[in-house]
Design a binder for this molecule. Structure first.
Ligand code: THU
Length: 132
């Protein structure tokens, strides 16, 4: 299946509008693509207790996973940042667990045409795994 990175980045940019970021004002949007072509969006949600904040990538992942959706082939992340926002370490861990084969597309909301592509494995080599 050929992945349409531009379409997924556009979905992440749209999801970004849902950002709840009154503290940082840093709006991030993410969009997951499944093998069957379904797209699930998410945006960052902040808390007055800052550490409770949840990144856009994890919101999208948790939305999808708790609706029984998996088999992710790609994720796009968009924010107003030169070169686009790189996923934080916590999100990389969750992606390594639940979207290990996914491509990661990163773009600046002011320049959606310029997409940088990574693999989850490249973003988190030797990820922690645990099978009880
Ligand atoms: N943020 C994300 O949504 N994704 C990332 O990968 C990094 C950071 C959010 C969390 C917080 O709401 C804001 O960006 C500033 O850190």
């Amino acid at each position: 299946m050929k992945i349409n990175a531009q379409k997924l980045v556009a979905a992440a940019a749209k999801a970004r509008a849902g950002s709840v970021s009154p503290y940082s004002q840093f709006k991030v949007g993410a969009a997951l693509l499944t093998k069957s072509g379904e797209i699930i969006g998410g945006a960052n949600v902040e808390s007055a207790s800052y550490g409770l904040t949840c990144c856009a990538e994890r919101v999208a992942l948790f939305k999808a996973l708790t609706e029984g959706i998996n088999n992710f082939v790609a994720i796009a992340v968009v924010a107003r940042w030169d070169g686009g926002p790189m996923p934080c370490g916590a999100c990389r861990q969750l992606l390594a667990e639940y979207a290990p084969k996914a491509k990661v597309f990163i773009a600046d909301s002011d320049n959606l045409e310029k997409i940088r592509a990574f693999t989850v494995r490249a973003l988190l080599p030797s990820a922690f795994v645990f099978s009880p």
